[in-house]
Design a protein around this ligand. Sequence first.
Ligand code: CP
Ligand code: NVA
Length: 310
Amino acid sequence: MGIEVKDLLSIHDLSSNEINDILDLAKTLKTQLKNGEQHHLLKGKTLGMIFQKASTRTRVSFEVGMWQLGGAALFLNANDMQIGRGEPVKDTARVLSRYVDGIMIRTFSHDEVIELAQFATIPVINALTDLMHPCQALTDIFTVLEHKGRLQGLKMVYIGDGNNMVNSLLQACAKVGMDISIATPKGYEPDAAVVAEALTAAAVTGSKIVLCEDPLEAAKDADVLYTDVWASMGKEIEQEDRREVFVNYQINQSVMDAAKKDAIVLHCLPAHRGEEITEEVLESKQSVVFDQAENRLHVQKAIMVLLMGK
Ligand code: CP
Ligand code: NVA
C-alpha cells in the first residue's frame, strides 16, 4: 500500500492501484472512527492550509482530519500571507517546507500549485484550482463505492459546466473503469488536455467517455447523476449570463426519469437550488450529498496518511 508521487495535484498522476489504496484506507479509517478507535498515524505532524478562495467543507474536513490523526493544521489565508503581497510561490514553498510536514492549497491557478509542489520538499495537496478538484472527485468515487458496492461498469452522468469538478471526475472515472457521460453547453466543455489524458487512461481500464450537449440523452441509464454550480468561484462576474446559457442543464425530475430507478445523486456542494439542481431532487432519498460531504473527511485523512506518513 502506498503512493509513489510526492504530491496530490491531479488524479491522472495516480495509478489505479494507488486510487484503490486510498479508497481502502479511507474505509478503514472511517470504520475505526465510527467505532471510537483512535488512529494517530500522523502524530506530531503539521499541515499548512493555504486558502485563496472560500471554503466550508475543505477547511473543516482537513483541519479536523489532521487533529484526528494526532497532528495539527494551520489555516493560512493567502491574503494575510506575504504571498498575497507578491512573495514568489517558490520562496513560500521553501520557507513552509522548513516549518510544516505538508501543504494543502486552494487557489485559482493550477500552475501555481505545480510550482509550489516543485519547490516544496514536503507533500503538496491540491484542494481545488480553476482546473481540478482531486480530493473531491476521489471522495465522490468512494461514495459511489459505498452506495453501489462497485465502480467498474457503472455509468456516471455529469450535467452542467465543464469546470474543475468534471475535469477531476473524468480522470477518476477513467482510472477506475467507470463510464462517464458529460452534457455541457457548447463552449463550456471540460478541459481538452484533461479529456485527452482521460481517454488514454480509459483505453486501459475500458471506461467509456461520452461528451454531448443533451442532458436527457446523457442521463439515460445513469447509475450516478452529478452536477455542480453554473458559476464557479472566480466566475461570479459571468453569473447572470451563465443563468441563461445553463438554463437547461439542471438535475430535475425529467433527468431523474431518464436515469436508472436506483440512481444516486451527487453534488460537491455548495448547491444552488433552482439552478443546477432542484430542491426536490437535492432533498430526495436518491440524493446522498451529505454522505458525500462527510466522506471528504475520511478520504482526505487517507490521502494525508499515504503522502505525509511515508
Ligand atoms: N465541495 C467543496 O470543496 O466545498 P467547500 O468549498 O465548502 O470546501
Ligand atoms: N466548481 C466549484 C466547486 C466548489 C467546491 C468552484 O470551483 O467554485
